[in-house]
Ligand binder design. Structure first.
Ligand SMILES: [Zn+2]
Length: 110
């Protein structure tokens, strides 16, 4: 836990107070935390982000997930590694189905 100071106008302070009283037993810290979590969830920025790629040697003809270029067996494509995180490009849900990128598209994600 860390103590932080920030400045809010009187209206926001009283709104925070009434939300804290109504839902969090008067605990303003809990109310702020819930507000920030809700903001992150609703602005679509908290989710799954690509943090790296694993190279895969393909065994059958496969299209790049992003540019749809076809690659022949034996070529190396890249499978994304997802982690929970916050980013403007975060995905709300983990993608289902195969996802293999060519080296150019994989480079564009990182
Ligand atoms: Zn591609």
């Amino acid at each position: 836990m860390r103590r932080i100071n920030f400045t809010m106008d009187e209206e926001t302070v009283s709104l925070l107070g009434s939300l804290a009283d109504q839902f969090y037993g008067g605990n303003r810290s809990l109310a702020i935390r819930a507000a920030v979590e809700s903001l992150a969830a609703h602005s679509g920025h908290a989710g799954w982000i690509i943090t790296g790629f694993t190279p895969i040697e393909i065994e059958s003809e496969t299209q790049c997930h992003c540019c749809h270029e076809a690659f022949l067996p034996g070529a190396t494509l890249f499978r994304p590694v997802f982690e929970k995180g916050v980013s403007p490009t975060a995905l709300q849900e983990l993608p289902t189905g195969p996802w293999l990128d060519c080296s150019k598209c994989a480079g564009g994600h990182l």
